[in-house]
Write a protein that binds this ligand. Structure first.
Ligand SMILES: *[C@@H]1O[C@H](CO)[C@@H](O)[C@H](O)[C@H]1NC(C)=O
Length: 288
């Protein structure tokens, strides 16, 4: 008895439906029940079928498009590489992708891989190109411009810049290089050992006792002379050596350099660029 009461207390409607009321009686809470009970299984099966189809489609898309990078290795690699800073997702890197990435970091890209890359490389204007080339040459004595470079064309930035020239921060890094090279080398002279005019300009600079000391690059002592000289001519719009750069700007022909030095103008330019006139002389005097 207690069980029966409990059942009827919990499900009063069901007892009403099955026992008391005729099927067509329009009582709202009762008409709903038979509809639900008859539809519930069908809706359930439709939902399950759709879910299964969706999972199947999702898995197929993943397998066909995302999983095997061999289908489109470069594009896949680049998409991931460009976002590598925000979130490293090594789980999606297959051994092939990792191998390509390792190669990419180990040496400059060849022209064929360049053509295949999605992210464009930064382009340098003439000022930036001169800074990048000068930075490359001033930073290590063994840094040589490859003989394959066509000096009449803009140089491939990757040859002279040591950061990822397609990276998301390439523009900022380039600006830093341009700033740093002229801060470190406020006076830079491209000259020749076997040239009276070069020797004369070197003497003009030596008489200023500059600190930091002028950066002097004797191009006729370098294996890359044949490429470097026409490259410098193009970048400085000159056609003779020596080329004097103060704060990254071409000062002018040797005649103009002589004239500016005699008038004290050269000294002012150098001071503006961060060089110290007689800075080396004072140091020397203290030492002696
Ligand atoms: C090159 O670009 C830099 C930075 O955008 C700019 O400051 C400089 O004036 C440009 N030089 C030339 C020659 O366009």
């Amino acid at each position: 008895m207690a069980h029966r009461r409990t059942f009827s207390a919990r499900f009063p409607d069901m007892r009403n439906v099955s026992l008391d009321d005729p099927p067509l009686t329009p009582i709202p809470n009762i008409t709903e029940l038979p509809m639900l009970s008859s539809r519930k299984p069908r809706a359930y099966w439709i939902r399950t079928t759709f879910l299964a189809l969706f999972v199947l489609v999702a898995v197929s898309v993943y397998v066909l498009l995302v999983s095997p990078p061999a289908l489109r290795p470069i594009a896949f690699l680049d998409v991931d590489h460009s976002r590598a800073d925000e979130a490293a997702r090594p789980s999606r890197w297959t051994p092939e992708a990792l191998r390509l990435a390792a190669l990419k970091h180990r040496r400059p890209l060849t022209s064929t891989t360049l053509a295949n890359n999605a992210r464009p490389q930064i382009s340098l204007n003439q000022t930036q190109e001169l800074a990048a080339v000068s930075s490359f040459i001033a930073s290590l004595p063994q840094n040589m411009i490859p003989s394959t470079v066509d000096p009449s064309q803009p140089i491939d930035p990757q040859l002279v810049l040591d950061f990822d020239t397609r990276g998301p921060r390439a523009e900022q890094e380039l600006q830093a290089v341009v700033h740093d090279v002229w801060a470190r080398n406020p006076v830079m002279l491209y000259s020749k050992v076997h040239s009276p005019i070069s020797r004369e300009i070197k003497q003009v600079l030596a008489d200023l006792y500059l600190r930091p000391a002028p950066t002097i690059v004797d191009v006729d002592q370098r294996p890359d002379e044949n490429v470097l000289v026409p490259l410098l001519y193009r970048l400085t719009s000159t056609n003779e050596l020596p080329i004097l750069l103060v704060g990254g700007r071409t000062v002018g022909s040797p005649r103009e350099i002589r004239y500016l030095a005699a008038k004290g103008e050269l000294q002012r330019l150098i001071t503006d660029a961060g060089g110290v006139i007689d800075g080396a002389r004072k140091k020397k005097a203290k030492k002696l």
